[in-house]
Design a protein around this ligand. Structure first.
Ligand SMILES: Cc1ncc(COP(=O)(O)O)c(C=O)c1O
Length: 387
């Protein structure tokens, strides 16, 4: 078959094979389609059980979930928040939306996550701890929080970050948007920091089309998150609001999809392990690339299966795969190189830049077959020989 007639293999598409239709129909039949309803409550309760937190608060998307979590943890305009440099821009934007400044922390080379040693360097060398608060010496800005981003399904090494947060009196807001199902020393990602955020965007492990969730073990923080995401209304009848809140609610219709997706999470996670094993079997002995590493301190959710080429750019490989009807995707432009953040004082994060230059994410939808994975692996080998 000519290559252009081969079936298209997408990167990561939703898998809606459970009770989504039934639950959505229930919303439509009963008229409970909008911002309150039993599916919102059920989704929050079931999600909290999965992530092993006391509370979960549904949100309109992952970006708003991050913003609200930061705000609940006391981040204010003018503060600094330390965040992974190698991440999707929404992590940094959630900080900027509050008028705070993101400080971009380099990745560590082994597992590609926020480097705790770089967090220690920044706090130790560039900041001072005075009267129980941390201040950036050069700008005078208060440093208020750390946002480790668990990228690609892998957990960040959190213990050293939690120790630093305690030493410098900083909040920890986990960006767990990409890593539902991952764990760190047997604790679910999203249950370890003060608060965490998840995303149910279309390419995430479970999807509601668009949506998010805030998790926390603190009843006070959960209450405040609910308050802020639901317009800060304080009276059940009258329209009385005690501060400027947001309409960041997840609607019942989407929560219904979330409940159905969550029911399939164990199967999805098992399939992701299977896909990772296929790629290991098919590409593991290739000297020209490294497979996505699973940290020795935790369990990966293998959300977006990614490989790193050995001293080669991902660009010609991605181009070749495209000609073969195979979708692949580079990592995000590093935040310190983004035009959106050029106004900040320049930081140099060589590991993040190096990973961005050489990594490529491969097809890993729940519906991927071994035959698909074999075709992907074969075409990567062809591209490595010819490019
Ligand atoms: C690392 C990271 N942070 C934040 C987000 C934002 O989530 P959403 O698209 O639901 O706003 C995403 C995903 O899109 C992400 O990958």
């Amino acid at each position: 078959m000519p290559s252009n007639e081969q079936p298209f293999i997408p990167l990561s598409v939703p898998h809606l094979a459970g009770r989504e239709w039934e639950y959505v129909k229930d919303c439509l039949d009963t008229g409970w389609v909008s911002s309150v309803g039993s599916y919102v409550t059920k989704f929050e309760e079931e999600f909290a059980k999965v992530v092993q937190t006391r509370h979960a608060v549904a949100c309109s998307n992952g970006t708003t979930a991050l913003q609200i979590a930061l705000q609940c943890c006391g981040v204010q305009a003018g503060d600094q928040v330390l965040v992974s440099d190698l991440t999707f821009i929404a992590s940094a934007n959630s900080i900027s939306h509050l008028g705070a400044t993101p400080i971009f922390i380099d990745a560590e080379p082994k597992y590609w996550q926020m480097d705790p040693a770089e967090v220690a360097n920044y706090l130790g060398n560039e900041c001072t701890f005075t009267n129980g608060e941390t201040f950036h010496k050069a700008s005078g800005q208060r440093v208020k929080a750390i946002m480790p981003v668990h990228i690609l399904g892998n957990p960040v090494d959190l213990n050293p970050i939690l120790e630093l947060a305690q030493e410098y009196n900083l909040a920890v807001v986990e960006d767990a948007t990409e890593s539902l199902g991952a764990s760190y020393h047997n604790h679910s990602v999203g249950s370890i920091g003060d608060m965490a955020a998840f995303s149910f965007n279309g390419n995430k492990l479970i999807t509601t089309g668009g949506g998010g969730m805030i998790t926390t073990n603190s009843p006070d923080l959960a209450k405040r998150a609910k308050h802020l995401t639901t317009t800060a209304k304080i009276d059940p009848v009258e329209f009385i609001h005690d501060e400027i809140g947001y309409n960041y609610r997840l609607v019942n219709l989407l929560a219904a999809i979330g409940v159905a997706q969550l029911e399939q999470l164990p199967d999805f996670l098992a399939k992701k392990v299977e896909i990772a094993n296929w790629y290991r079997e098919l590409l593991g002995d290739n000297q020209d690339l490294h497979l996505m590493p699973e940290p020795d301190y935790g369990k990966s959710a293998h959300w977006l299966y990614t490989i790193k080429f050995q001293n080669r750019s991902w660009r010609p490989i991605q181009k070749h795969l495209e000609t073969q009807q195979i979708q692949s995707r580079p990592l995000w432009q590093c935040m310190h190189q983004s035009q959106a953040y050029q106004h900040l004082s320049p930081s140099i994060n060589p590991i993040s830049a190096h990973l961005q230059a050489e990594c490529l994410s491969l097809p890993c939808s729940i519906s991927l077959t071994k035959e698909d994975a074999t075709r992907v692996a074969e075409q990567i080998k062809v591209a490595l020989k010819t490019s």
